[in-house]
Design a binder for this molecule. Structure first.
Ligand code: AQP
Length: 327
């Protein structure tokens, strides 16, 4: 049985980008693969976090994972900081990757430029190595992610290949699986930038966004110059992004949506898109609120899942340590 592994970091409130590019697709793997999903909270601290907020968001995220359909009986659900093997393997793997390779990571380049010299922390630079450790500890075959994470996945593969070549077969080579729709949802006010939960509020829609705010944000979302609903990423990036969001929530083919809006303008399209998203998110939010209210149950999910994960992770860590001569 293949292993499917993925995660979402609690660096902000979940957005529809995180949902359409990642978590929406995860439950379907249950039952047909060994499924492991995690909250990479140690990744979140590569950017300053308020401790109380970080703790709250970690619980929120676990509750969102259960809301979208992950079942702790079928999937291992863990919190990264509860399994110390992640940090330990990261240190080992740090010695099988170069500064040059890490410096080429687009996400590091983007974030470090945005944050300036005081935000260019070693942890932010090293982020892809911790991510490689996360994945390799569980012998993941497939890692379902959005397009933005593909480069990090390739680096994890390179590190695994390098280690295996030196010491013999140790790590499974992971493969990124990227969804057909929603792989890269762009910012609502700048379609050349991806939607990110740590960006400013007008750029994203949170899963917890209120109905009024969803409507306002879509109304304000930038559009392209002509008034036609046509998918063309190069000539019409803003409308194409809205079509991606529409297709992600309605599960329709983009060409069918284009046909329906032929002859109609942006006004109709944006307000109907807003209603579609309001309907979907309102129903998810009501389920989320029930699940989130029972923190003791969330603790049980976290502790049980993290204990199961630690067993798998420690075995792989011991194997790697043994191969390189660490006692
Ligand atoms: N805009 C997006 N479109 C499609 N998929 C996306 N993902 C993130 N943004 C988009 C996917 O969500 C998963 C979890 O990502 P993450 O939280 O671990 O890190 P991220 O990619 O850095 O997400 P954000 O929202 O951009 O967070 P910040 O702002 O903190 O950096 C991944 O599978 C990712 O592809």
């Amino acid at each position: 049985m293949k292993t499917v592994f993925s995660g979402l970091k609690p660096s902000g409130d979940m957005t529809i980008g995180n949902y359409l590019g990642a978590m929406k697709y995860w439950p379907a793997h249950q039952g047909i693969a060994r499924t492991i999903f995690f909250v990479p909270n140690a990744h979140a601290i590569t950017v300053r976090q308020d401790p109380a907020e970080l703790r709250k968001r970690t619980y929120d995220l676990i509750a969102w994972l259960l809301t979208v359909g992950l079942d702790p009986k079928q999937s291992i659900i863990l919190v990264q900081s509860k399994v110390s093997a992640h940090a330990e393997l990261c240190w080992i793997l740090d010695n099988y990757v170069t500064m040059g390779e890490l410096g080429r990571m687009t996400e590091y380049k983007d974030k470090s430029q945005k944050l300036g010299p005081t935000g260019q922390l070693v942890g932010l630079f090293n982020y892809p190595v911790l991510m490689a450790a996360d994945i390799l500890l569980y012998s993941a075959d497939e890692v379902p992610v959005g397009e933005d994470q593909r480069q990090h996945l390739e680096l994890a593969r390179t590190i695994a290949e390098r280690f295996n070549r030196l010491y013999g077969e140790t790590f499974t080579l992971p493969k990124a699986t990227v969804p057909k729709f929603g792989a890269r949802i762009m910012s609502l006010d700048n379609p050349s930038k991806k939607m990110s939960k740590s960006d400013h509020p007008d750029s994203f829609i949170m899963l917890a966004e209120t109905a009024d705010s969803i409507r306002k944000k879509f109304k304000r979302a930038v559009t392209d110059s002509d008034n036609t609903i046509v998918y063309d990423k190069t000539a019409k990036p803003a409308v194409s992004n809205l079509l991606d969001i529409y297709a992600g929530f309605s599960e329709e083919e983009i060409s069918d949506i284009e046909k329906r809006y032929k002859g109609k303008g942006y006004g109709d399209f944006k307000s109907e898109l807003a209603e579609l998203v309001v309907e979907k998110l309102t129903s998810l939010q009501s389920e989320f609120n029930t699940i989130r209210a029972d923190e003791a149950k969330l603790d049980a999910v976290i502790n049980d899942g993290s204990a199961k994960a630690a067993k798998i992770a420690n075995e792989k860590l011991d194997e790697a340590k043994d191969k390189i001569g660490l006692l």
